[in-house]
Each structure stands twice: as structure tokens, then as C-alpha cells.
Design a protein around this ligand. Structure first.
Ligand SMILES: O=C(CO)[C@H](O)[C@H](O)COP(=O)(O)O
Length: 287
């Protein structure tokens, strides 16, 4: 239960954010020149930026992002620590699924919980917004300090403007596509994004079966990155486990979200390391 002063503060922040959203400044108004944008774009994708928490560049290594969707929601701080550096594990990012029961049929958590998670971990948060109207809500997550804020291509009205606003608020911008959404209509839009999240299950629930057909999209995205047409991390989410991670790595994925394969394991930190070794070996075999 929030205290009266917490409620007042939350109202103030929410009002400030609504005012900010309604004016929706252009990136040019928020940055005093392209140099600052260029500085930020040079930051390693594996770490946080602009005085935020920072982790070393891991751009040539696969990134493993345990999904808190499969964690115990009553013990989220402990569950984050279970895959953090102190435990000997090494999650690169922590994947946080925000679901609104509209864009997807499930309901999880929202900005106040993400703000608390942000204060309780040094691992960069990777927020996957499965929500309607991300144009209105996503920037709040960037302002909360989330490292990478991903919105759905199927839900965003102005994905280019939204990416600019996310970056202006200090976050990486991510665009996600559902299993049946083609990649090609978004190739120009993706020039403004830092991550592409290819869904390998229908978004909404953890523990589903991997849809291997989406790997064709990750191969095409990989080619676009390798040929310099795009400059982003290729991320995959859904059904990633010891049986499937190698095919995804061979298909050019950089960042692997895994929920049940990590939090369903007896030792989540060891599960992260096991997935990472498999991904490294498979990625080497591809090259
Ligand atoms: O976005 C998601 C579901 O919409 C989850 O991140 C994803 O399903 C992870 O869970 P699992 O690895 O168990 O499939």
C-alpha cells in the first residue's frame, strides 16, 4: 500500500509524464546536437549509458536475457539476484515482460514495478512492452532507466518517432515482431532501432513451444546487419532452451531471452552459463 506522500509523488510523476507526452518533443529539441546522439550510439549495446549502470561491451558474445515472466513474482529481487554476477551467474540483460491484457491476453506488471526492479539490480533491464498504445507509454520506461525498451511493430502508430523519443530519454530502442509479422515492411523503420526482437512464440505466455519458422526472419535480419544495412542486436524470445538455442545462434541471433529454461532450472545461474556456452559454440560454427 502506497503512503499518501508516495501517492502524491506518483501523481506528480504521472502528470509530468503526461505533459511531456502531450508535447512529444522531437529529438532535436532534446539533444543539443547530433554529436551527443552520435556519442550515445557509440556506447556498447551490452551496457547501460549516460551515467547509468554500465557493464562491459559484450557485442561479440551472445547475450543471455533471463525472462522474469517465469520467476516467482513474490520474490523478484531474489530471482534477479539468482542470475546476477554475485551468484556466479551472468545474465547480460534481464528481460521484463509488460503485458496489458489488451495487446496480449495476459496481464503482468507495469511501470511502478519496473521502477522498483530498476532500483534493485545492476543488470540492465530489457523491457518488452506487449501493450497497446506504446507511443504513449514506452518513454516512461526509458525515463525510469530501463536499458532497452522494446515496443511491438503491430502496436506502434509512429515507430520512427517513438524510437527517437526512446533514445532521447537515454534508452536503446527495440522493435518486436510477432511470429506471423513479416520483416520486410519494417526494414526502413529498423534503421532507427537498436534491437530487433523476433518472437518465436505468440506473445502472452511463457513455456510455449518454439516456432522454428521464424528463424528465416532472423537469418535475413542477420544478413542486413552483416552487410551494414542495419545496425542492431538480433534478439529472439519464446521457447529458447537447450534444445533450441543452437539453431537460433546458427541463424544469427545475438541475444537470447529464456524464461522457463532459466527459472525452471534447479540452478538458474548455471542454466544461464550453459545456454551461453551452447550459443557461443553454435555461433562459432556459423562463422
Ligand atoms: O515474451 C514472452 C512471452 O510472451 C516471454 O519472454 C517468453 O515466452 C519467455 O518464456 P519461455 O522462455 O518460457 O518461452
Amino acid at each position: 500500500m502506497l503512503s499518501p506522500s508516495d501517492r502524491q509523488e506518483a501523481r506528480r510523476r504521472s502528470q509530468a509524464h503526461d505533459e511531456w507526452s502531450s508535447t512529444r518533443p522531437d529529438i532535436a529539441d532534446l539533444l543539443d546536437g547530433q554529436d551527443r546522439l552520435a556519442d550515445r550510439r557509440d556506447q556498447p549495446l551490452g551496457g547501460a549509458v549516460r551515467g547509468r549502470r554500465y557493464t562491459p561491451c559484450v557485442s561479440n558474445q551472445p547475450l543471455i536475457a533471463p525472462s522474469l515472466l517465469s520467476a516467482d513474482f513474490a520474490r523478484l529481487a531474489d530471482e534477479m539476484a539468482a542470475v546476477g554476477g554475485d551468484s556466479g551467474g551472468g545474465a547480460d540483460w534481464l528481460h521484463v515482460d509488460v503485458m496489458d491484457a489488451h495487446f496480449v491476453p495476459n496481464l503482468t506488471l507495469g511501470l511502478p514495478v519496473v521502477q522498483s526492479l530498476q532500483k534493485s539490480t545492476d543488470i540492465p533491464l530489457d523491457c518488452h512492452l506487449m501493450i497497446d498504445d506504446p507511443d504513449r507509454w514506452a518513454v516512461g520506461y526509458a525515463e525510469a532507466g530501463v536499458h532497452n525498451v522494446t515496443v511491438h511493430a503491430e502496436a506502434a502508430d509512429e515507430p520512427v518517432g517513438l524510437a527517437k523519443n526512446l533514445r532521447a530519454a537515454g534508452a536503446k530502442a527495440g522493435l518486436s515482431i510477432k511470429p506471423n509479422t513479416p520483416l520486410e515492411p519494417y526494414t526502413d523503420v529498423l534503421k532507427h532501432y537498436d534491437t530487433l526482437l523476433v518472437m518465436s512464440v505468440e506473445p502472452g505466455f511463457g513455456g510455449q513451444k518454439f516456432i522454428g519458422e521464424v528463424l528465416e526472419k532472423t537469418r535475413r535480419a542477420r544478413r542486413m546487419v552483416d552487410t551494414g544495412h542495419l545496425n542492431l542486436v538480433v534478439e529472439i524470445d519464446g521457447g529458447i532452451n537447450t534444445e533450441t538455442i543452437e539453431q537460433a545462434a546458427e541463424a544469427g541471433v545475438d541475444c537470447f531471452v529464456a524464461g522457463s529454461a532459466v527459472y525452471g532450472a534447479e540452478d538458474p545461474a548455471r542454466a544461464v552459463e550453459g545456454l551461453r556456452s551452447q550459443a557461443i559454440n553454435a555461433a562459432h560454427a556459423r562463422q
